[in-house]
Design a protein. Structure first.
Length: 144
């Protein structure tokens, strides 16, 4: 039912690696909710996926750790819509977005130096604060 999902250039997850199960959904819908299985759960085994490199698997485990169970399976649940097909599409879209966000490369931080004006503001602020604290101390008596 699902074709290959393009995550990013050079990475596509075949539809065969995804498992879909349906169950009864909660929420509004009246009697419809009680008799139809519209909630869709998408399961994807990160551990067993031949589409991912070991680096990508480690990255997904690190960034999506709270969403992955002990067996290494990532689950995405969609049950907001009244239609099973709409929930199926919502689960797939959320899965693709999760993988895209988790596999996004973080830009390398470029070290910068504070400007002379910024250094001066910092030091003057420290001097001002020290003066306030010094003035809070016990009053000294004038010498005779």
């Amino acid at each position: 039912m699902t074709q290959d999902l393009s995550i990013r250039p050079g990475l596509a997850i075949p539809g065969e690696e995804l498992t879909f199960t349906t169950s009864r959904s909660s929420g509004p819908g009246g009697q419809h909710v009680n008799k139809t299985s519209t909630r869709v759960t998408l399961a994807f085994s990160i551990e067993r996926s031949p589409s991912l490199s070991s680096y990508q698997k480690a990255l997904l485990k690190e960034r999506l750790g709270s969403r992955i169970n002990a067996e290494g399976i990532l689950r995405v649940v969609a049950g907001r819509q009244r239609s099973q097909l709409a929930n199926h599409h919502a689960a797939v879209a959320r899965f693709v977005q999760l993988l895209q966000d988790a596999l996004q490369e973080e830009p390398e931080r470029v070290a910068t130096k504070p400007t002379a004006a910024a250094r001066e503001r910092r030091l003057s602020s420290k001097r001002r604060r020290a003066r306030v604290k010094r003035e809070r101390g016990p009053a000294s008596l004038p010498e005779d």
